[in-house]
Write a protein that binds this ligand. Sequence first.
Ligand code: FES
Length: 176
Amino acid sequence: MGTVQSEIKFSEEKLKKVQEIISRYPEGRQKSALLPILHLAQREFDGWLSVPVMDYVASLLNIKPIEVYEVATFYTMFNLKPVGKCLIEFCRTGPCMHNRADQIIEYTEKKLGIKVGETTPDNKFSLKAVECLGACGYAPMAQIGKFYYEHLTEEKMDKIIARLGQDFNPDNKYEI
Ligand code: FES
């Protein structure tokens, strides 16, 4: 992941995947494939959706760019600006807040020297606040890469930052 989006075009392999996703929906309803294709695009193009990437997705689905912007700006799981290699998405909804989410977030902000919405200068970490991720019973929690990290404490955040700052892979679940 990074800040440079070079050529905005899926590989042949990814284009096949796009066609496969579109084929799941009835003729004329290709817009229904928008969410999975946006996820694919975000993953492929440096972890975020720039306007040219969203325009490219619109062209693949044969829909208007505004239809893509509307969806991409609505859901917090889409990043509309560059993010660091390891994106920590803290839940900031009621049950997590009742279980010290705000203190954990503040602690992490201080530790990394950035605020929510920002990226560290070495591009290793970004912080984001999102709405309920459906793991309220394990509050406070955060999503990092594909996985949830639950019952967060200051000590756990220290371990997460130390471990994931080394060689973060979003497909890995790290034991903390
Ligand atoms: S309130 Fe945080 S996961 Fe639901």
